[in-house]
Design a protein around this ligand. Structure first.
Ligand code: PRP
Length: 175
């Protein structure tokens, strides 16, 4: 069920097409290497499943969870690792997969943490990049779509834990 007030930004077909393009780029860049894919829960799970099934690479998959947003629309600006990796990334090529990069604070916090573990490399793949709204400087190496400063849901993204299962990506009406 999609509320009538939600505006479709990217359809399922558009997301699948763009995901295949990103996966081809990543497969080419990491050709012949074993990649550790680190998903940032919970929002990553739909996009990450789409990406890994389109990669032509040998991958290991793990997850972290970072507390940043509260129940509403605003970022808290704070960051806590509430679920850690179960694997050692020392000397490994790591690709962090996010649903959205907004202020960049979640990603900056995670990358700092991962770098302390001496990986061979860390890159970032995000479905959505809200470039307008950065507060922390982070590099998004692969992104699906740029979005304006609107609150988005669907394809893993929630509002107050709802709408993650919507197949497309929608903008909520302004408050
Ligand atoms: C969202 C999103 C990113 C983060 C981006 O996660 O999945 O991890 O916020 O925001 P930032 O760039 O401003 O730090 P959220 O904390 O909402 O958790 P969720 O993935 O469980 O929905």
């Amino acid at each position: 069920m999609t509320p009538d007030t939600f505006k479709l930004l990217f359809s399922r077909d558009q997301i699948e097409q763009r995901t295949r393009e990103l996966a081809a780029l990543i497969s080419n860049d990491y050709h012949g290497r074993h990649l550790v894919i680190v998903g940032v829960l919970k929002g990553c799970f739909v996009f990450m499943a789409d990406v890994i099934r389109n990669l032509d690479l040998d991958v290991t998959v793990d997850f972290v969870q970072i507390a940043s947003y509260g129940a509403g629309r605003e970022s808290s600006g704070e960051c806590t690792l509430v679920k850690d990796l179960g694997i050692d990334i020392r000397g490994r090529d790591v690709l962090v997969v996010e649903d959205i990069v907004d202020t960049g604070e979640t990603l900056a916090c995670l990358i700092d943490e991962l770098q302390q573990r001496s990986p061979a490399s860390v890159r970032v793949c995000a479905l959505l990049d809200k470039q307008c709204c950065r507060r922390a400087e982070v590099k998004v190496d692969y992104f699906g779509f740029a979005v304006e400063d609107v609150f988005v849901v669907g394809c893993g993204l929630d509002y107050d834990e709802r709408y993650r299962a919507l197949p497309g990506i929608y903008a909520l009406p302004p408050e």
